[in-house]
Design a binder for this molecule. Structure first.
Ligand code: ADP
Ligand code: MG
Length: 333
């Protein structure tokens, strides 16, 4: 209870940055020069050197390349466990392709990211809660590509899914036909993740390229019931690996590439608009402007909690995109 109160005091929307390390792929020439620096005594400040000009941003927290998966997870733990108490939570990884979104969310087998750690934590928390409460945890996985929502765990991943308002008047949204698997162990989730992966790999010859142009969502639902009173709670954790935020050159792109870029652009700015509107407590929040914000409406509004992880490439050749990402971060913060 206590840590949830803390999160609430900090506000329901938090924006952090994570800077990935320089990798071999960045090369060794001047292009790979590190353009990002940090403040020794303030871990909410990030400095960027863009075309010789220093720019600084203040976010809720900044993780340097030395930060481990565990360090980042520590920052989001309280959000994740609040789902057990019935809160809805969204965690987004935003940034240009190659900035580390998938590393932060999925991670590697040796070094799993938020997705797997979150499920593991939920399993152990509900087990420890030895009381009258019983919990079930289910997962769904979906992607949004060109404003089309698809089930990554379904038997027919080609099928388009629709978002509907629950007929019970609760204001909750649901997706008829979206597959939900009940999970109880790390083994279960590994199987589910593998299945989702195979679904995506068989369908796209270049999965890497495809995933950088679609939003990937892992939706974890925690349902609790107090066996003595029948009281029920539902909390939803939405873990979102967003499409790459890089702006496609207006002149270069055409045909399907241009269409993809327009869809990504539209949905990322819709997400920015929604968060900015929620943040400034504007009356009208434009949830309906994209599939992503419409789908997540009930996990973004009310007393829901949102964390945006803005992923940053440290190298000089990416500073234009980095500047754009940090401006996005500043806008939603
Ligand atoms: P994105 O999903 O944003 O396109 P990736 O997560 O695929 O980016 O990261 C690009 C590359 O950088 C990958 O090889 C990934 O393993 C590596 N990488 C990203 N972040 C880190 C990190 N914090 N530590 C080590 N390697 C990282
Ligand atoms: Mg990725």
């Amino acid at each position: 209870k206590c840590h949830n109160e803390l999160v609430r005091l900090k506000g329901n929307i938090r924006v952090i940055a994570r800077v990935r390390p320089v990798t071999k792929e960045d090369g060794e020439g001047p292009e790979a020069t590190n353009a990002v620096t940090f403040d020794a005594d303030d871990d909410s400040i990030i400095h960027l050197l863009h075309k010789g000009k220093p720019v600084s941003f203040e976010l809720d927290k900044v993780f340097s390349p030395q930060a481990s998966q565990q360090d980042v997870f520590q920052e989001v733990q309280a959000l994740i466990t609040s789902c057990i108490d019935g809160f809805n939570v969204c965690i987004f990884a935003y940034g240009q392709t190659g900035a580390g979104k998938t590393y932060t969310m999925e991670g590697t087998p040796e070094n799993p990211g938020i997705n797997q750690r979150a499920l593991q934590l939920l399993f152990s928390e509900v087990q420890e809660k030895a009381s009258d409460w019983e919990y079930t945890i289910t997962v769904s996985a979906a992607e949004i590509y060109n404003e089309v929502l698809r089930d990554l765990l379904g038997k027919e991943p080609q099928e388009k899914l629709e978002i509907r308002l629950c007929p019970d008047g609760s204001g909750q949204l649901y997706v008829p036909g979206l597959t939900e698997f009940q999970v109880q162990s790390v083994d279960d989730i590994n199987k589910v993740f593998e299945f989702g992966h195979t679904n995506r790999t068989t369908e796209f010859t270049n999965l890497n390229e495809h995933s950088s142009r679609s939003h990937a969502l892992l939706i974890v639902t925690v349902r609790g019931m107090d066996c003595s009173t029948g009281l029920r709670t539902t909390g939803k954790l939405n873990l979102v690996d967003l499409a790459g935020s890089e702006r496609v050159g207006k002149s270069g792109a055409e045909g399907s590439r241009l269409r993809e870029a327009q869809h990504i652009n539209k949905s990322l700015s819709a997400l920015g608009d929604v968060i900015a509107a929620l943040r400034s407590r504007q009356g009208h929040v434009p949830f309906r402007n994209s599939k992503l914000t419409y789908l997540l409406q009930d996990s973004l509004s009310g007393d829901s909690k949102t964390l945006m992880v803005v992923q940053v490439s440290p190298v000089e050749k990416n500073t234009s995109e980095t500047l754009y990402s940090l401006k996005f971060a500043e806008r939603v913060r």
